[in-house]
Every structure is written in C-alpha cells, then in structure tokens.
Ligand binder design. Sequence first.
Ligand code: ARG
Ligand code: ZN
Length: 899
Amino acid sequence: QTIYLTDYRQPDYLIDETHLTFELFEDHALVHSRLLVRLNDGRADGTLCRDGTRHSTTEGRVPSRPVGVGAPPLVLHGQELELVSVAINDQAIDSSDYQVDEHSLTLHPQTADFELAITTRIQPQNNTALEGLYKSGGMFCTQCEAEGFRKITYYLDRPDVMSRFTTTVMADRGAYPILLSNGNLIASGEHEGGRHWATWEDPFPKPSYLFALVAGDLCLIQDSYTTLSGRKIDLRIYVEPENREQCGHAMDSLKRSMRWDEEVYGREYDLDIFMIVAVNDFNMGAMENKGLNIFNSSCVLAHPDTATDMAFQRVESVVAHEYFHNWSGNRVTCRDWFQLSLKEGFTVFRDAEFSADMNSRTVKRIEDVTFLRANQFAEDAGPMAHPVRPESYMEISNFYTLTIYEKGAEVVRMLHTLLGPERFRKGTDLYFERHDGQAVTCDDFVAALEDANGVDFTQFKRWYSQAGTPVLEVEGRFDASSSTYELRCRQSCPPTPGQAEKLPFVIPLRMALLNERGEELPLRMGGSELGTETVLAVTEAEQVFVFEGVTQEPLPSLLRGFSAPVKLVYPFSRDDRVFLAMHDPDGFNRWEAAQSLAVDVLQGLVEIHQAGRPLLLDQRLLEVYRRVLSDTELDPAVAAEILRLPSEAYLIELAEVADVDAIHHVRETVRRELATALAEPMWERFESLGSTAEPWSADAASMARRSLRNTLLGYLMLTESSAAMSACVRQFVEASNMTDRQAALVALVNSSDEQQKHAALQEFAQRWADYPLVMDQWFSIQASSPLPGGLQRVQELMKHPAFNIRNPNKVRSVIGAFANNNLVNFHAVDGAGYRFLADRVIELNRLNPQIASRLITPLTRWRKFDPVRQELMKGELQRILEADDLSPDVYEVASKSLA
Ligand code: ARG
Ligand code: ZN
C-alpha cells in the first residue's frame, strides 16, 4: 500500500494528554493508556489546531460537547497488540462498539471531548524487530520513530498529533532498578512482591515517535552543565556496569554540543535533566527521544584501548546530532513523514558544522563529500531514487536514507552558502520562534529563511522536489583582446523513477581564478569587485558568467568546498589537476584535484587493462604523492586523505558499466606501485610521525598523525618487505591504543603472511572476547578483506560464538561489511555472493524487517553491472520477492528495484 504526500489531511482528533502505565514482566507487558481526546475543530478551515496541544485538562474537556451526526470515527493505529479493554469516560465499552483489525482500532465518539482508557498486552521479550518496546540483553527499551509507538498501544501515531505525556513504569526492583522515561521524575515508590515504580512527566507536547522508556540494571555516569542563562542541567549517561569507564568522551561531547548550540544557534536546553542510555541491540545509530536519548552502544562508548579515532569522532557527532534534535526535531517537529528531511537534513548539517568546528573543517568536509559521492550519488542513480521530500512511500522506515539525511544536509548547506552565516542565523531564529511547539513542513523552513531576509527561494526549492544528481558542465574561455574570462555553465539532471524531466536547479558555485603561480585573482563582474572568491548562482540550464580585467589565462578553482551536490565536469587536463593539487590555496579543492587526477588515472588504466595491455602508471600521480609526503606544512590528516585512492565503490558509481574485477585489479596494482616507488619517502614520513607506543592523546593533531602513519603503514605493507612486516607486527603488539592496533591488524589480515595473520586474529579475539564492539571490528576487518575466498570466510565468521544474527551491529559488521566493502568477493561472477545475501535477507525478513530491507541495497545497484551479473542480481531480488511472509519493508525495496 502506497501513501502519498498529496493525500495529507489533518487529524480528525487530537490528544491533549497521554497518561501511560507500563507493567513490565518477563513474559509480557501490560500497557494502560488514558488519553484526553478532542475533536480537531481547526481541521475544517485547513489550519492545524496547534495551540490545542497546550490546553490544560479542564480547559480542553469541560463541557463535553456532543459531536452530533456526521462526527468522524476515531481511528487509532495499532499493530501486533492484544487488546485487553477499552473505556470511554470510565465506561467500559464492549466489542460491538468498536472495530479492531491488524492495523487499527476504530471508535465512534459521541462527544467532542472525552477520556479514552485502553489496556493492551504486548510481548517485548519476543520482539526481534527492535521496534516498539523490546528487550536488549537484560534491559527493556523502546524505539518508536517512525511508527513503532503503535506496537505499544493504540494511538494517533503520527507526528502532527502532539501530546503531553506522563509515564509510570513498574517492574521488578532487583532486575530493573533503573526506570526511565521522558521528562522529569515526579514520583516513585515500592510495590508488593519486590516490584517498584517511577512516574515521569514531560511538560513539552510531543508526537508519539519521541516517546521512550528504559528499565534495566544500569550504572549512572553523572555530570552537569550550566546554560548561558544560568540554569543547571543534570546530565546522565546510563550504561551496563562493565562499560562504566567508556562514557567520558560522550559526556564531554554532550557538554560541547550544548555550548555550541547556544553560541551558534542561540538554542538552550529546556528540561532540567538530559539522559542518554546505551543499548547493544539497536537498528540505527541513536534516537532523539525528548530528554531520554537512546543510543546504539557503538555511538556512546569510547575508550582509547577499545575504540578507534574514527569511533571517537562518530560518538562525538552522533551525541551532537541527537542533542541538536532537541530543537531541530523535537521543539519544532515534522508535520508528516514526507517532511523527514526537515529535521534530519537540518540536524545533519548542524552536526557536521559542529564537528568541523571541533576538528579540522577541511578533513570533515572531505570525509562527508567522499561518503556522499560514493553512496548517496549511487542511491540517486538507482531504483530507490527519491527527492529530499519524497512524494510517496510504502514503508517509511525505508526512507531513512542517504538522500533524506546527507543530501538533505547539502540542501541546507546550500541555503547557508547563499545567505551567508548571519542571514542564515536570522532565518533559523525566525524558524524556531515562529514554529516552536508545532509540526511543520520543509516549505515552512524555507519560508522562515525567506521572510527573515526578504529573499525568494521558489526556484531553489526544486532541490526538495526533484530527485537525481545534477550534472554541471563548465567551460572556461579566455579572451585576451577584451581581457575577459567566461565561465560557460550548462546543467542537466538525469531522469529518476517517476520524474522524466527536470527543471533547472539553483546551484551555488563557489569559485576563484588562479594565476600561473596559483594565486587568486581579484574577480570583477559587471563592473563590481567580488573579492578573490565568490559564489555564483547558476540558475539557468545554460548560463555564461563573464569576468572582466583578466589579462592572462587563469585556471579556475571550481565548486570549492563542494558547494553543491552535483557532478562537476570541466575539461581539466591532467597537468591542470596536478597544478591545482599542488597550488590551489583552498585545501578542499587541493584534495579534490588530487582525487580527480587519481580517478582519471585509474579510469584510464581500467580501459587499458580491459584491452589487455600492460598497466603503466602516470608519473604525475606519483609526483603529486611525493610532494604530499614531503609537505610538512600540510595537515597530516589532509595528507592522509589525499594519499587514499578513490574507493572501488566510487569508481563503480562513476562507471557507466562497472567492471568490478578490473577496477579492483587496477586499484590494487596502482597501490602496490605507489608503495614500491615511494617506499623511501613513505618510510621517512612514517618514522617522523612518532611511535605507536607513545601515550595516546585525543587532540586533533595526534589523531591526524595516527591517520597519516596508518595510511603509510598500509602502503608499506604492500611492498611485502620484512621491515614493513616487523614494523606492523611491532605496532600490533605495542600499540598504546586501538586505532594503531586495528590499523596493524587490517594490514596483517590483508597480507599474504598466513601465519602472522592467524596469530594476530587469534590473539585479538582472545583479548577482546568480552567487548562486543571490539569484536564487531574483528568481524568487519575479515569480512571486508578482498583476498580470495571472501564468502567462505564470512560463512565461517557467522559460526563464531560471538556472532548473533539478531544483533544489528553483528549483521552490519559481517554481512553488511561483506556486501558493501568487499566488492570483488561479493560480486563474484558465479553469483554466490548475491545468493548468500538474498538468503540472509530472507532469514532476517522474519526477525527484523528494517535490517533485512537495508541489507538489500547492494543488490539494488544491479544496473551498474554487466549483463551476466545483472541477471544474477535480479534473480536474487526476484527470489526475495517470492519469499513467504514478506514484510512491507523488504517488499518495497525488492519490488521497486525490479520495476
Ligand atoms: N531520528 C533518528 C536519528 O536520526 C533515527 C531514527 C531512525 N528510525 C528508523 N526507524 N529508521 O537520529
Ligand atoms: Zn537525526
């Protein structure tokens, strides 16, 4: 069943107050809800009755008006619920007065305001979908976004119904000493039989997707934060006792996020308490439930002995992301799920800027752009392509996508670029002020930016409605006689499902012109001085920009900082790219030039390889790398990024028809050749960057050194020299931290030294057997190894006692890592990788549809491959489609992929 944005209607009823009582037992849970329901009077004139959500009990309810004939039925969402009882205004009603089916409970109210009491019984202990109320290890927890609340009780489970929640949790005191929900603790007490209870009250109206509950035996890490206005906030992180030592970084990240949102957006925290709970079984990264964020433990726990620098940065950014949702998501929420990017795109933009401010801005941007181009561009080019604001969906869980999150963030970034930071801030101030406490749309967001600044973003909004990655072709034309330089721009966008034709986008093109020494020229256009860097707004299908007073042919530095999510095409020669890689004053574009040079070289070699000719490496790439190795002025983290060749996934995305084997062979050959040719400077730089045994430090400079050192270690190991092997083994043994130890393990696992490899893997598994997140790394390194026999290794890994298909982190680190990072093995031409993945999808479809559906992604890319693989991939999608009891999640992705 497909749901359309154009079918949006306001709710017929609103729920002013929601009072919940949970009785938790080992073999079931009882959920008693008492709802103050009110007919939505505002619905007739098309305006949402928003202030209605703020009515107090008495205002909203007395007197009870009869609704009269023609009152709409009240249709509550509910799934997998056992209905125990229903009462209206304390009068039990019997089953002839309501209808229940698999998805709903329908009532026929006689008055416009009433109190509805419902009791349902659910089975959290059997909930393997990890949606609604479920058990993770010994703890009860919830995940309600997007539509999980309806698996807890019958409700108007839609984001435009905002209600004030009071929640009482009752459970055995011994097993569940900690009982949490949203808001403030207002009462607690004892019960007979060793049970106890706690009541939480959340003063802020919220949609049901932000509801949360936790009950477990958790230890508390506590701190506090004083807001700019002087309010003291109680900060709490709850984790399982063995993880007590791993919370410092999350706590520190939280405090820095709170400060940053005050300084950059003027947003203060609003409750007296802010809680984070870490759980081991979680479908996603984390969830922004009001006052009670629930996190995948992988996004909370970080200790240098067990977590890599990458994990530290992920914790920092996810903690910030969820915290920032308190304003961009909770105080101002989404009217419907088509508007998901309203909160996700904006919040990803906010967390990216936070990370950029905390660490290296250039490196953060390089990482994000790399990720977007390899993954979101592929999504935009595939069968699941959809606009940032989709027009239809079958299962909303499938739309927590790279397009909604990452491209959505790029759309907000473009608005920020077009307005500049001050005017953008004026716009967000107006947005938060105007819509506080409301459920709104992407149009409302843009309207606030427009109204605060007197601008018109009508055309810009095509970024919300048109899917696909635009192509921006640019050509430069220097005319000595008139001293002008023209940039001729042409934009287009390929068709996507349901959208054959696209209208021109507004593309902010940040650029500069460089002279032969790499210096930026002053820019003059139409008689005005634009400085040395400017943002051109490309708005037409074809458009020419003329710069005046240019007396020598310049080289353009284009799309600086990746100022728009487009594919830029400019006829740069390899020499141009070498020049830009060495001289562009903009760090991001220096990386971009080196990257595009490498892409060009690799693509050329793939063709040569396919023609059966020998591979000869363009020495210019080598020279760029040599320069980077000796450039001690350059941030080592940026150097590491430049030295990393474009990924196989990105090369596949760029290809018309991708030859995975050729791409893998060529890339590995070039890596080995670079390592051999540059072994000397690589060793020199490697050794100059300090030793792995020195004490660990979390500062950006130390992380940058580790990043470059380990990139170099990876190259040096390709030379198969005994010096490299012993340096690697030494690093594995002596490392003072997991970043270095893991980098050594990766290099060993991908080496041909079977003995060292097995010794290291065994010793690692023994030492970290009790650390599930470290074991995830151990799994993922092996599942990602491109050496022959990948599928067999993965099948062995699945038999390991630490593997558990019910734990999403394990699924991601074994099955996901294989299908997404081990392309040469996954795409084995016998189709065994595809078959394996489809089998796992079918198995997971019953256990956890959300995880099953996400796992299909690599198969949805079938159009990129040769006819033989295409047939094999489609065959597996077809087999998935024919499986019994297909979830809507899996059905939607499999069927759309074949359509
Ligand atoms: N809102 C959460 C976040 O971005 C993610 C929730 C994902 N839920 C889902 N059903 N896919 O932080
Ligand atoms: Zn989010």
